[in-house]
Design a protein around this ligand. Structure first.
Ligand SMILES: Nc1ncnc2c1ncn2[C@@H]1O[C@H](COP(=O)(O)OP(=O)(O)OP(=O)(O)O)[C@@H](O)[C@H]1O
Ligand SMILES: [Mg+2]
Length: 318
């Protein structure tokens, strides 16, 4: 018998002392499809959904006091936080303060996904180390600040994808080939090294001209889409003009995607897989994924299951 959930009903009922849950939704754009779906789904479920942009939070510390505050939101009243989007920021200070705020919240409430999982997933070097520890199939990857090492790596891989370690939406991703002249490669790599300070080089995985995005919530893979890049591109992010196409989830896809999400510690995730000649290969895990692609392709609103998982966690915590 499912235990009664004290957060069930919105309006407090005098004789049942039910409490309306207050769920903070960390976002940067309330109009974003996934952010607004989270807000609606939480409200529909009978709780209060409170949009929070981390840039509007402040913290004060003294010898005797520590508090996080917001001009018109009492953060102490929150029962849990659901993270849609922390916001891209190129200043280390800003991004580290935002993660510190989430870690502070985690001392007193559930934060889903946890800041650790979001950081693990966003870091393409460290996440690959976690995938290796979990013995998951990943393309060979080299990270270096040495031009010589980078040139040798392209020579070894034949065709290499260069991407930012903290990348997203397919931005700043290039393919470099052994067939290109050494001087051309050297000048391209030198330019990238100057901009980024470090190079992330990954063997290009020959594939059927698409990748797969699997949506995982808890221990379940809800559904998957193929993403077909626009012609002339190998980058199949929807934000780069790729097209979402229905994909039948196979057991192999489910197992790999669920293990990948677990490897970074994510409760929900968008997992990118690619079909290589040797079988499925893991490209990355997104711990702040958009649910729009799956909605467009299948009409499935993944936020419902995510919010359910959050309330199950709240219940378990009781
Ligand atoms: N090693 C590879 N071999 C073949 N294609 C690749 C490889 N790495 C990346 N791609 C293509 O580029 C796309 C973007 O790469 P990746 O997912 O690693 O970066 P991203 O910018 O972080 O994306 P996201 O927005 O999903 O976080 C992949 O979806 C895939 O289509
Ligand atoms: Mg990706």
């Amino acid at each position: 018998m499912k235990r009664k959930n004290k957060y069930q009903n919105k309006m407090p009922d005098a004789n049942q002392n039910t409490k309306v849950a207050k769920i903070g939704v960390v976002l940067t754009d309330p109009e974003d499809w996934t952010a607004s779906a989270f807000l609606k789904t939480i409200e529909k479920r009978g709780a209060n959904a409170l949009p929070i942009n981390l840039s509007t939070l402040s913290a004060s510390i003294s010898g005797s006091d520590f508090s996080i505050f917001h001009t018109d939101l009492n953060v102490k009243e929150l029962d849990a936080i659901l993270v849609r989007d922390i916001g891209i920021s190129f200043s280390l200070e800003t991004i580290s303060f935002k993660f510190d705020l989430l870690r502070q919240f985690e001392n007193s409430m559930i934060v889903m996904n946890s800041p650790a999982a979001i950081q693990n997933a966003a870091n393409k070097f460290f996440s690959f180390y976690l995938f290796k520890l979990a013995r998951l199939p990943i393309p060979r990857t080299v990270v270096t600040s040495e031009l010589e090492v980078a040139l040798k790596t392209i020579e070894k891989f034949g065709s290499a994808v260069v991407k930012p370690i903290f990348g997203s939406q397919g931005k700043g991703i290039f393919k470099l080939e052994r067939s290109q002249s050494e001087s051309e490669l050297a000048s391209k790599l030198a330019k990238l090294l100057k901009e980024r300070g470090v190079l992330y080089l990954q063997e290009f995985v020959p594939n059927p001209g698409r990748d797969i995005r699997v949506f995982v919530v808890g221990e379940e893979a809800l559904s998957a889409i193929y993403r077909v890049p626009r012609s002339g591109s190998f980058v199949s992010n929807l934000s780069q003009g790729a097209t979402p196409v229905k994909c039948e989830l196979t057991e192999e896809m489910e197992e790999l995607a669920i293990s990948a999400a677990k490897a970074v510690g994510a409760d929900f995730a968008g997992v990118d897989l690619i079909e290589s000649e040797e079988g499925l290969c893991l490209l990355e895990v997104n711990a702040t994924p958009s649910g729009k692609g799956i909605k467009l392709a299948f009409g499935i609103d993944v936020t419902g299951r995510i919010v359910e998982l959050l309330f199950e966690r709240l219940e378990d915590k009781k």
